[in-house]
Design a binder for this molecule. Structure first.
Ligand code: OXD
Ligand code: MN
Length: 611
């Protein structure tokens, strides 16, 4: 038996509630050793992992790891939210009773860390001193050293964050046990994996993975699911949103835009975007966060404020390159300490590569291994087309490595939010941008956010896979209550953010080309939005929001055909009417959907009928 008290004493971990939690789970998981970690341990832990072969060196002082080949992404079917109130069941949250969920996980975790070290990671998911700090402290116990290295990049880690809590018992209790990965029956009827946020106990129990959101519990389980539930009870919102700032150097004004995008809709690229070169003299874009924002009403100013609770970026590597996201590439340069997971690795040159990093893969195959560690040069004919990197391969780097990180990203007061945008991936119907000035219509727009099914087989042609506010996989309670909560939180503000829906992905049905160049040019749509909010432009009023006139959109220095511009700045009324029918079915699934949302839906539907 480990002498837990001795270890905690030596680490200076004094919070009695944390000590009790660690002692309890040390007994259950049966770990051989316990180690309390802080960010200062990073270099030592990296060296230990290099020595153990868990990490491989990447040129420039960077790192490479592979996860088990059946453990490469979040598993939505195996993820549940548990509480003791059945009324918390929603359509998307996979609700389960708390008691039985805790019992199942306790059983699976019993003795499951035998022979291993259990790391104690005290962390904070907020800038220190923020008004939401009471909801941001957590302690993750994990039996995986690579998880510690990821958590050190993704959150603020150290005992001081939990020793000095105003409410010493108020921290999220997070337990991660990897399990015997080759014997968990992943994807079969006897799948042993289970990832539970026991929201009303502020406890997270994840068993059966060591990858990403399944294992870095500060990020998705706490930063999103638990935060969403805590926010419901405590008047804030925890959302899968990026957050950026736009500085107008001419007027000295600064605008902050938060936004939700379903996966593969360009959220990370947008969050790190730079101004197009021709507009660079006037505008500067600042990065705050690529994945999570917590929002609340600031009474003093009457505005909605936000911060990014994370400390790093866990970005999708695929298609990250100089054109799509130069800031991301800068943030993973030599000296950044970045960790790559499941990309391709060259064991001779210690380089990494992923699909879309360059147009073609390296010509010289010598030394290259794919994400499973298999030699590319040995591939047989049938395997040649397989990707070198896993499509969900990632880079992990701290926020401060992003070159255009905002100066005040760590400010505990957060920043005022001027606009909330939702953006899907839609090949037709959705214009470049439509501004929504009514709160209920804005929330309605978020609830009906979606992306087109990636394969025709996944859904009806032209029908979205709805992803409310881009939180479908992270929903902690019922969608109707969630809509009510959104109306209440934003509704408190006397100076509310404007809403907007954006779409960078319209295509020409004839030849399939994207009608809008995207990437840095996306800033042009956001500039129009802040001008519209300021009353500097009027736009065209349509049944689904206000869209820019062609003159209002700043197109300086870019080329776009008249036909493409016409298409992205008009509304296809027939397609919209079809969409309204799909939305009705989608919204009908939700219990207790506020009447304001139904009224918004009927208003938009009626306006389309009249159009
Ligand atoms: C996600 C992530 O899974 O950000 O959404 O990692
Ligand atoms: Mn995400």
């Amino acid at each position: 038996m480990v002498d837990v008290d001795k270890v905690l004493d030596e680490a200076g971990l004094t919070n009695p509630h944390v000590r009790e939690f660690v002692t309890y789970w040390a007994g259950i998981t049966g770990a051989d050793r316990i180690e309390v970690v802080s960010a200062d341990d990073d270099a030592r832990l990296l060296q230990e992992s290099l020595d153990a072969g868990e990490l491989l060196p990447v040129t420039g002082g960077l790192y490479y790891s592979r996860s088990y080949y059946k453990d490469t992404a979040r598993s939505e079917e195996r993820t549940v939210v548990a509480t003791s109130d059945p009324a918390d069941k929603g359509v998307y949250n996979n609700w389960k009773p708390a008691e039985e969920t805790v019992a199942t996980l306790t059983e699976r975790m019993t003795g499951a860390s035998a022979g291993k070290t259990m790391y104690v990671i005290p962390y904070l998911m907020s800038p220190p001193g923020s008004p939401l700090e009471a909801f941001a402290a957590g302690v993750e116990l994990t039996d995986s050293r690579p998880v510690v290295q990821q958590m050190i990049r993704m959150s603020r880690v150290g005992v001081d964050y939990i020793n000095n809590l105003a409410e010493p018992a108020s921290f999220v209790r997070a337990v991660h046990v990897t399990g015997d990965l080759p014997n968990l029956g992943q994807g079969t009827a006897s799948d042993q994996r289970l990832f539970a946020t026991v929201a009303d106990q502020r406890t997270i129990l994840h068993y059966g993975s060591s990858y990403g959101g399944n294992a870095l519990l500060g990020k998705i389980a706490h930063g999103l699911r638990q935060a969403m539930y805590d926010g419901w009870k405590n008047a804030f919102l925890g959302e899968q949103f990026m957050l950026l700032g736009i500085v107008d150097k001419q007027t000295g004004k600064k605008y902050h835009v938060a936004g939700g995008f379903p996966s593969a809709s360009g959220k990370t690229n947008l969050s790190m975007t730079l101004a197009p070169d021709v507009l660079g003299d006037r505008y500067y874009v600042e990065f705050y966060g690529d994945d999570i924002a917590w929002l609340w009403h600031d009474e003093a100013s009457g505005k909605i404020y936000a911060f990014n609770p994370e400390f790093g970026v866990f970005g999708v590597a695929k298609d990250t390159n100089e054109a799509t996201n130069p800031g991301a590439l800068d943030s993973i340069q030599a000296g950044s300490g970045a960790i790559f997971t499941n990309v391709a690795y060259n064991e001779k040159t210690q380089e990494v590569w992923w699909e879309g990093r360059t147009k073609h893969h390296p010509d010289d195959l010598d030394g290259w291994l794919d994400w499973k560690g298999e030699r590319i040069a040995d591939r047989i004919e049938d395997e040649l087309k397989e990707p070198w990197a896993h499509p969900n391969s990632r880079f992990t780097t701290t926020l401060a490595n992003v070159p255009n990180i905002a100066e005040d990203y760590d400010d505990p007061r957060g920043v005022p939010v001027d606009a909330i945008i939702f953006g899907g991936r839609t090949r037709d119907r959705e214009p470049l941008i439509r501004a929504i000035t009514d709160l209920a219509e804005g929330v309605y727009d978020g609830l009906t956010l979606g992306a087109e099914a990636t394969f025709a087989a996944e859904g009806v042609d032209g029908q979205l896979r709805y992803d409310p506010m881009s939180n479908r996989p992270f929903m902690a309670y019922g969608e109707g209550d969630y809509a009510r909560h959104w109306l209440d939180v934003i509704g408190q503000a006397s100076d509310q953010p404007i809403f907007a829906h954006v779409n960078w992905f319209q295509r020409d049905p004839e030849d399939g080309h994207f009608r809008w160049p995207g990437y840095r040019d996306n800033l042009r749509a956001l500039l129009w939005l802040v001008q519209f909010k300021n009353g500097e432009v009027k736009g065209n009023v349509t049944p689904v929001g206000v869209i820019p006139t062609q003159d209002e959109l700043n197109l300086e220095g870019m080329t776009i055909s008249q036909e493409d511009l016409d298409a992205i700045l008009t509304i296809d009324v027939d397609r919209w009417k079809q969409e309204i029918g799909f939305r009705e079915e989608h919204l009908n699934q939700f219990d207790r959907l506020p009447e304001e949302i139904w009224e918004a839906h009927r208003r938009v539907a009626a306006a389309l009928e009249e159009a």
